[in-house]
Design a protein around this ligand. Structure first.
Ligand SMILES: [Zn+2]
Length: 364
């Protein structure tokens, strides 16, 4: 079993390497929407070329029919979509009952922008064009070309998105990356922080954030004054461990004993917030509101050009891949206070608090 796992892991790395080379060769026509993107050894944002700036239309009521995107040449009323796939997708978008992250969710609209970026379409989720693009993606990933978004297809995408995060790849080896020397961190300007919080990041990550923010502003997707302000950057491992113990909330989905924020490369940015919710609430209604924002839809297509990758469960959590992880320690050696598995069945989110569930440590 162990040998088999290693073999599969090796094959996965090989696929990543081949995919990475292909991406490198094809760059820039492919946006940074996810998939098995390589970890760039250099930041991507110094490459001068016309950027993909399209923002996929997923807002209701445009669930079917042609995309309203200006300049888009994609045929969203494609006739090569499998059977009733578009109708099935249009219905399941808000009704599919599933557990993509270990807790029950209804519908997949929250993930529609990332899925659209992954399959390379700007068409709405309930359109024939979306189903057609999904069918092509399924065929290229060894799946039946149904054109229907189901947990199996999403699971393959999610694995690719997880593996695009260097932090997760280190975690999967049982290791927790090291923290940088705090003297080497850069401080965000007051206007870059949410609510005046002191935000520190590794300098390269902050520089990339600034370039991305300038481009987002030019693209017209910063619709709220707080948009893209940072509400969490570097978090010292000791302080995080104390918070885990105090709040008993490090069971994995939203918080973990090994947080990516210890690297100085992860940042939580204001995407949007539904009325009554904060910018970090993982309540489903709040995450859905974020996923409908022009900013998030711009990010899933464009942030990769600046070296950023996203944790799909949290629209606000982005990690910069322009520098490597620092040597770390085994996760098993970390303090575990506050991370005891929750044995109660997951509960529905109440007043902005996330439901608790025990899942793999791949979160923020
Ligand atoms: Zn985060």
């Amino acid at each position: 079993m162990r040998v088999l796992r290693r073999l599969l892991w090796g094959l996965g790395l090989l696929a990543l390497a081949v995919g990475g080379f292909w991406l490198w060769v094809m760059w820039p026509p492919i946006g940074g929407g996810g998939g098995a993107s390589p970890v760039p050894s250099q930041p991507r944002d110094d490459v001068a070329y016309a950027a993909p700036q399209h923002v996929a239309s997923i807002d209701p009521p445009a669930l079917s029919g042609a995309t309203p995107l200006a300049g888009a040449s994609e045929a969203c009323d494609a006739t090569d979509a499998p059977g009733s796939a578009a109708a099935v997708n249009a219905a399941s978008l808000s009704t599919l009952v599933w557990t993509p992250f270990g807790k029950p969710e209804t519908g997949w609209e929250t993930y529609a922008p990332r899925i659209a970026a992954e399959i390379g379409t700007t068409c709405a989720p309930g359109s024939n064009g979306f189903a057609s693009a999904l069918a092509r993606w399924q065929g290229a990933h060894g799946q039946a070309r149904t054109g229907v978004l189901d947990p199996a297809a999403f699971g393959v995408m999610l694995t690719g998105w997880h593996l695009a995060r260097p932090f997760v790849r280190v975690n999967r080896e049982g290791m927790c990356p090291g923290a940088p020397l705090e003297a080497n961190l850069a401080q965000a300007a007051p206007k870059e922080s949410y609510g005046g919080k002191a935000i520190r990041l590794r300098p390269g990550a902050l520089d990339a954030y600034r370039r991305m923010t300038a481009e987002a502003k030019a693209a017209g997707v910063l619709r709220r004054p707080e948009a893209l302000t940072i509400f969490s950057g570097f978090r010292a491992p000791d302080a995080d461990a104390q918070r885990c113990a105090r709040d008993n909330n490090c069971q994995g989905l939203s918080r973990t004993i090994c947080s990516a924020h210890r690297t100085g490369l992860a940042m939580d940015v204001f995407i949007d917030a539904a009325p009554g919710f904060g910018p970090d609430s993982s309540a489903d209604a709040n995450r859905l509101a974020m996923s409908r924002s022009p900013l998030y839809r711009w990010m899933v297509v464009n942030a990769g050009r600046f070296g950023f990758v996203n944790y799909a469960y949290e629209p606000w959590h982005w990690e910069w891949t322009g520098e490597g992880m620092l040597p770390g320690v085994p996760i098993s050696s970390l303090p575990t206070a506050g991370s005891e598995p929750v044995t109660e069945p997951p509960v529905a989110p109440i007043s902005g608090k996330p439901a608790v569930a025990t899942v793999a440590r791949n979160s923020r």
